[in-house]
Structure formats: structure tokens, C-alpha cells
Write a protein that binds this ligand. Structure first.
Ligand code: 5RP
Length: 231
């Protein structure tokens, strides 16, 4: 199976999970990226079951609206039964690197208020130790260089994310992203808290304090459900 086929498989599996476990009339939290897009496309067949969605990015909002989903501002919503999103890497505890699509801050906000976080990914995303994928950090532009120095002191190599024309990539929140190469993240929860405390950091793309509750992982033998939630 190709990677795209695996993404479709887990997108459909996540839609099946939501349809079977989330009550009718609920509002669903929806992530960003090509795997999340497969989930949106699969859930569209049953959109009438749901009041609507809280979206984690401008791109996801556009895709949801194209399918006819109503979009809610998170401020209007008291609780979200489920949040479904992809990952760039996921380790054996359900901690993830996210933000390859640049939506890490809104993703982390929506994940933080959701009862259940379902990660959907193809098997290439599963790792023993996070850090092979560059760790995104969303920064307020004036703090970019100061944060870059702190990253270097940690042993990482900060690279400003740019667009095809060479201009800085700007997030939906008007900020920039440093992609940090060269880190071996054996304690993601501690690193997440440490980097988040630096002035000028909006969000680090480590999702460890609020990791996934389970992952629907697509591989050659189908979709495997891997549980992480601690009792
Ligand atoms: C976007 C994300 C995505 O979930 C992550 O980059 C995975 O994307 P894809 O499903 O396209 O591989 O965190 O900010």
C-alpha cells in the first residue's frame, strides 16, 4: 500500500470510531494535514450526525466548510468529546512531534480541551525516540534570533521555515516557525515545559503533556489501535 492509501485507511478508521463512539449532535475537534484531510473526507458521509466542528487551522476550516460542516469558534464550545489529528512522529508513550503543517498552536489548544485525542498516522510515523523529524517551534518574530541561540545551546540546529519564494512562512497566528534539527528527545515532557517557558515561544510542537490517548496506525496488515492512556 502507498502512504496515501494508508492515510485514507486510518482516516476512514477514525471516522468509524467517531461515528460509533461520539453522540449525535456533538461538535468534533479536527486537526490539520494530509491525514486529517482523509479523516474529514471520510466523516463527510455522516456529517448530518454532528452539530459541527472546531477547526485547528484556516486550511482545515476551508476543507470542512467545503463538505458542509458548520465551524464553531472554540470560545462558543464547553467541551469536545474527541479530537482527531495526524502527527509527524509518535513514540511508544503517545508523545508526538507535530507542526509539520504549521498549525501546532491551534492544534495544541484544541487537543488540550478534548476528552479523547485520537492520533491517526501511517506506520512511518512511529519512532522509538522523537527528534528525527525537525521539531517546530512557533515564535513571535522579534524573538526568533534569541530563541535560536537557546536552541543552539541545547544542541539543536534552528532553521527558519520559509516558503517557496524564500520569504518566512507565517502561521495562521501571524508568527514564524523555527524547525529544530539534531535533537534526540528522550524526555519529551520535560523538553516541552522547558521550551514553552522561553519568552517569545508561542508553542513548541511537542505534544507530551497532552499526548494521544490512542493511535490508529496504518500498516501493511491494516489498522492497529495502540493505547496510551494511563489508568
Ligand atoms: C500539522 C500537523 C500534522 O498533523 C502533521 O504535520 C502530519 O501531517 P500529515 O498528516 O500531512 O503527514 O501537525 O501542523
Amino acid at each position: 500500500m502507498t502512504q496515501d492509501e494508508l492515510k485514507q485507511l486510518v482516516g476512514q478508521a477514525a471516522a468509524d470510531y467517531v461515528n460509533a463512539n461520539v453522540p449525535e449532535g456533538a461538535v468534533i475537534g479536527v486537526g490539520t494535514g494530509s491525514t486529517a484531510n482523509c479523516f474529514i473526507d471520510a466523516l463527510a458521509a455522516s456529517k448530518g450526525r454532528y452539530r459541527g466542528a472546531v477547526s485547528s487551522s484556516v486550511a482545515t476550516t476551508a476543507r470542512l466548510e467545503a463538505h458542509g460542516f458548520k465551524i464553531f469558534d472554540l470560545n462558543e464550545i464547553e467541551s469536545l468529546p474527541v479530537y482527531v489529528d495526524g502527527a509527524d512522529e509518535i513514540d511508544g508513550t503517545g508523545a508526538m512531534i507535530k507542526g509539520g503543517g504549521g498549525a501546532l498552536t491551534r492544534e495544541k489548544i484544541v487537543a488540550s480541551v478534548s476528552d479523547v485525542f485520537v492520533c491517526i498516522a501511517d506506520a512511518s510515523k512511529r519512532v522509538d525516540v522523537l527528534g528525527q523529524f525537525p521539531l517546530p517551534i512557533e515564535v513571535v518574530p522579534m524573538a526568533r534570533t534569541a530563541i535560536g541561540r537557546r536552541v543552539t545551546a541545547l544542541g539543536g540546529v534552528p532553521v527558519l521555515r520559509v516558503q517557496k519564494d524564500g520569504s518566512p512562512f507565517i502561521t495562521d497566528n501571524g508568527n514564524e516557525i523555527l524547525d529544530v534539527k539534531g535533537l534526540r528527545i528522550s524526555d519529551p515532557r520535560t523538553l516541552e515545559a522547558h521550551v514553552n517557558a522561553w519568552p517569545g515561544v508561542v508553542t513548541v510542537g511537542l505534544f507530551a503533556a497532552r499526548g494521544a490517548d490512542f493511535c490508529l496506525l496504518g500498516g501493511e496488515t491494516g489498522v492497529e489501535r495502540i493505547e496510551y492512556r494511563k489508568a
